[in-house]
Ligand binder design. Structure first.
Ligand code: FRU
Length: 494
């Protein structure tokens, strides 16, 4: 019976999508090359996996409005990570344990088991005593149509963990067994809890894999855990950790005790719009991450989710990034190599000398483009460099590299008549000869990577097509730019 309820709800969502998708796709704020839903709301990436020759992306989705409500799982497949075929929704709320308007099928992950595609997701319900989050299983033979397991839920919140702080399971396989890390919060301390299973259906609790002592927040959303070179990496989005939205830890992991001992930590992105990253492996062994390009209303910089709801949609993923490790075990997050296939209209300059007068820069159509440069720090005397993106109609998004203060910032007050706020991070250049900068601009976002892809800012900017100017200037001295390269980027998702 309940199987029919889910099928019926998926059908309803498809009817809604078919009805609205042409109008939504005509929206002026739609992205050109970032993954986004056909209609409605999107938040976290879920269940990212390469399965039987295709990449599958699932995502937190409300097909009925441009706002968060009653979570379903959207689903799309791709062979190149650029062009997507949207499929019917994979999961819809249908059971006692997930049929709740202010809950539903929350975030989770995917894995291949017994030739089938298995999903583990958080079911969020409320039976009158507050939110109850439990972990549930669904599976599919064809990778398109899913069925929820009759024995759900497979994991209940452990003692001491409140029902509303137990979610977002990420599964992996090691030495023939399945492991899962789940976000939790106990006594005001965030935790990543470790579970183990032999058959994907019966799970035993192993240990607290890692925890905050308060300094990393009170609840970790969307934890992810994976090996990289000879280390393990834990990532999560901490609630209650100030400006931090997506952080990483690198260290050693002991499968015997289930404890992770980290020695290095850092930020994946300091921008206002980067949350809940999830990783997956490509067939050639690269670790890529996707994230939701927005944030929640309780976070310090939040203004709102942007004006795209007026066009009947809201939410897209940040650019896919590859995770790499430097010898000191800090991580780099570089735009995925796949994006190079979108390049067109190449332009380059060996050297550019800039002073107090703003110079115009050429990059594609000034809206959908990629731009790379290096600041020669030995030849630069300026106190700071101001790089203005999406300029026009008296508006701009200003990215400042301030050598005197040692900061990088992206200011979007005055960027589009809607957005506000300034993201800021420490720019640590001591002993370095150059500062590398890599910018990706799309219709409604700018993502700026700097200093070896370790200082990154993703910010949404809802600027119109006439805001297509790019300017750069040096303040308090001169600056020398080398190896300037730019490209237009072709549409692949419209
Ligand atoms: C993170 C998150 C998850 C939850 C989901 C609900 O953005 O809050 O913790 O599973 O979104 O949509």
């Amino acid at each position: 019976m309940s199987r029919e309820i889910m099928q019926e709800r998926i059908k309803q969502a498809e009817i809604e999508t078919e009805k609205k998708k042409a109008a939504v796709q005509a929206g002026k704020m739609r992205q050109h090359y970032h993954f986004m839903p056909r209609i409605g709301w999107l938040n976290d990436p879920n269940g990212l996996i390469y399965y039987k020759g295709k990449y599958h992306f699932f995502y937190q989705h409300n097909p009925y409005s441009g706002f968060w409500d009653c979570m379903h799982w959207g689903h799309a497949v791709s062979e190149d990570l650029l062009h997507w075929e949207h499929l019917p929704l994979a999961l819809a709320p249908s059971e006692e344990y997930d049929d709740y308007r202010k809950g539903g099928c929350f975030s989770g992950s995917a894995i291949e088991h017994d030739g089938k595609l298995f999903l583990m997701y958080t079911a969020a319900a409320n039976h009158g005593a507050g939110n109850l989050q439990t972990q549930c299983i669904a599976y599919s033979e064809d990778g398109i149509h899913f069925e929820k397991y009759g024995g759900n839920p497979v994991i209940l919140p452990p003692e001491g963990v409140p029902g509303h702080f137990f979610r977002d399971p990420k599964i992996w396989k090691h030495d023939g067994r399945y492991y899962m890390v789940c976000g939790a919060g106990r006594d005001d301390r965030a935790q990543a809890l470790l579970y183990r299973s032999d058959d994907m259906l019966h799970w035993e609790y192993v240990n607290v894999l890692a925890e905050s002592r308060g300094e990393w927040g009170y609840m970790w959303e969307c934890p992810d855990f994976y090996p990289l070179e000879d280390q393990y990496v834990l990532t999560c989005s901490p609630m209650g950790a100030g400006d931090r939205k997506a952080v990483y830890f690198v260290g050693d992991f002991d499968y015997g005790t289930g404890r992770f001992d980290w020695t290095v930590s850092g930020e994946i992105d300091w921008g206002m719009d980067f949350y809940a990253p999830q990783s997956f492996l490509t067939p050639d062994g690269r670790r890529l991450i996707a994230a939701w390009a927005n944030e929640w209303e309780y976070m310090p910089f939040w203004k709102d989710w942007g004006p795209t709801y007026r066009e009947g949609w809201c939410g897209f993923f940040n650019l896919l990034r590859e995770v790499r490790m430097l010898p000191d075990h800090t991580l780099q997050f570089m735009p995925a190599a796949e994006l190079k296939a979108l390049r067109t209209d190449a332009y380059s300059l060996d050297r550019l000398d800039i002073g107090g007068n703003a110079e115009g820069l050429r990059a594609g159509d000034g809206v959908s483009f990629e731009m790379q440069m290096k600041v020669d720090l030995e030849k630069t005397t300026a106190e700071r460099i101001e790089l203005d993106l999406r300029c026009g109609e008296g508006r701009k998004t200003r990215c400042t590299f301030d050598f005197a203060k040692g900061t990088m910032s992206v200011d979007r007050s005055g960027s589009d008549g809607w957005s506000a706020g300034k993201s800021e991070s420490v720019l640590f250049l001591k002993g370095k000869k150059e500062l590398d900068i890599h910018v990706f601009s799309d219709q409604s976002s700018v993502e700026i990577f700097a200093d070896r892809y370790q200082n990154n800012h993703a910010n949404n900017v809802y600027a119109g097509d006439s805001q297509n100017g790019i300017r750069i200037r040096a303040v308090g001295g001169n600056a020398v730019i080398r190896d300037y390269q730019s490209y237009g980027l072709k549409d692949c998702v419209r």
